[in-house]
Design a protein around this ligand. Sequence first.
Ligand SMILES: NC(=O)c1ccc[n+]([C@@H]2O[C@H](COP(=O)([O-])OP(=O)(O)OC[C@H]3O[C@@H](n4cnc5c(N)ncnc54)[C@H](O)[C@@H]3O)[C@@H](O)[C@H]2O)c1
Ligand SMILES: [Zn+2]
Length: 675
Amino acid sequence: MADILIEIKQLRAEIDQHNYRYHVQDEPSIPDAEYDRLFKQLQALEQTHPELISDDSPTQRVGSTPISGFEEVKHEMSMLSLDNAFSEEDLRDFDRRVRERLDGLLEIPYACEPKLDGIAVSLMYEKGELIRGATRGDGSTGENITHNVRTIPSIPLRLMGEGIPERLEVRGEIYMPKAGFNALNKRALAKGEKAFVNPRNAAAGSLRQLDARITATRPLEMCCYGIGVFSGGVMPDTHVGSMQQLNRWGFKISRYLELVEGAEGCFGYYQRMAELRNTLPYEIDGLVFKVDQYQLQKNLGFVSRYPRWAIAHKFPAQEEMTQVDSVEFQVGRTGAITPVARLQPVFVGGVTVSNATLHNMDEIERLDLHVKDWVVIHRAGEVIPKVVRVVADKRPADAKEVCFPKRCPVCGSDIEKIEGEAIARCSGGLSCSAQRKEALRHYASRKAMNIDGLGEKLIDALVDKDLLKSIADIYLLKHADIAGLERMGAKSADNLLVAIEKSKSTTLARFIYSLGIREVGEATARNLANVYGDLDAVVAANEEQLLAVPDVGEVVAHHIRTFFQQTHNLEVVTALTEAGVHWLQQESMPLENQPLLNKVYVLTGTLELMSRDDAKAKLQQLGAKVSGSVSKKTDCVVAGPGAGSKLAKAESLGVLVLDEKAFVALLVSYGVVSS
Ligand SMILES: NC(=O)c1ccc[n+]([C@@H]2O[C@H](COP(=O)([O-])OP(=O)(O)OC[C@H]3O[C@@H](n4cnc5c(N)ncnc54)[C@H](O)[C@@H]3O)[C@@H](O)[C@H]2O)c1
Ligand SMILES: [Zn+2]
């Protein structure tokens, strides 16, 4: 018995602590789901030992005492909390209790509303005029926040319409829509200020500002869901009816307010709302079901913390807490090194989560995350799980700081981090097995070496079987290696080998592009091929020389240089050429000799003597830029049959127009096409 008392006291102290953080500081450390479990645990203990219940237990009270700095408001009618249902069974129990207390009524009409996650507020109107706004506080005494609620646009300062009562207390939730919350936090982070933990706490913090001018800048809204004191007027005798009356007087009520029959009706509403949940512009953590008729509500009455005529049906948690087992570093497709938290599996947002990306080192610092820390994981809808914060005051003694590796955890190459960029990368390039799959994919792709049949799945299978240790291994593949693989018959293996063989004959531009050098796309590869004419010259070029190539700036020049400085990349290039990859030696055309350097050409209409891609490649080889639209900057338009608006525009601007014949003659004269 003494043990139980100690356990109860510890739980109460712990819950009080969380209440304080949540209700007073607006900065909870644990997720609501964890709080709810602690609370239920205490309730269960007290239920089996009713003699140990005391008035100061959190199970007997609402919220927390009001914070100082605000004038106190005594509520004429207490503002209670709600009892919770976490399952279908809980909800059936609730419905059964209601019917039993109402002498076995068969079907109860229930009013259904979303449970907005904000803070409860009471608004007092006298003769139609807003005279006071107050927080719920501990249920009997709240904080006077009149000056702040007056800044919220959805709160009427004066009621409109007919039948305005002498006195009216309206209750509802003030909340911050998701979009406003995200924008507010973005602004805070940009200014180096602390971000709010969630929209509820942002709403609470915004509402309890001593300076109403600050509240006025916060995106707050109010949705009404109840009536407190009422006199000197007529009100409908149902919840739904009076909500509609409030709406006519100028209040916002939930557009999802619905009347249903019995527990089954509640379940149907639950199904519909669960689907909508993540698409709503504000956060809801459940639904509220209320006995609709006021007379029945009165008959049911309330217990210390909540009315017997209403229940909150909570949705499955989208925030949970768990422990970080380790932080691993994954090497992504472009060599980006990403820290990933390995977690004790936790069920959140409908799935079991055991990993969460930490993005980069800056994020780890922002979170102040250590290995073994307890963290809060958020997962809503299809969005990937996110570590939102470290649980305060719960860091174990053996927690360790996260150290960023100096070398790639997969291949041991140097890790590069460019100043001002958050992401660090493995410099291993083609030799890094984690990067190899993507490199192979790129190499085989249509605009690169165009190896038909060497798709994503096959590459994965071949790499996993250790048959492709380098790109050059493609050319060592044997019929038996391929034909044995899943969904690969003898015929497909034959076809693939033919395609591989065919790819050996290529162009220098394609080959450079195929190497997958960072930020070297098709056009840059073509320019490099044109300017240097052969690969050795590209490999030998220093950054300054590379800068002279059209489209190549400092960053690209640096990437090209870094790539060719790695011996393993050079080894791959050699292995490829030794395997038989070759291209026609093309005349290098030094920059100063490019006759069309920086001229802007536009191709339009149908070309009959050569393909558009060819025409474009030849022009680029001569130094010209090929653009898609005609402007004053255009030097020449090549117009084939069927040319339309571009031709007309060229003519109106007085731009030189060539037909295809004249264009080919031009190319012949420059020696890039034979006559
Ligand atoms: N994470 C933490 O550390 C921590 C600490 C304390 C409390 N909490 C959370 O707060 C909850 C307890 O707070 P509570 O006592 O305010 O209870 P509650 O938030 O679960 O339910 C009562 C409240 O629901 C709100 N509500 C929203 N829509 C409503 C509607 N349509 N009709 C009626 N009421 C509506 C009202 O503000 C009402 O006061 C816990 O369940 C927990 O999730 C978390
Ligand atoms: Zn690596």
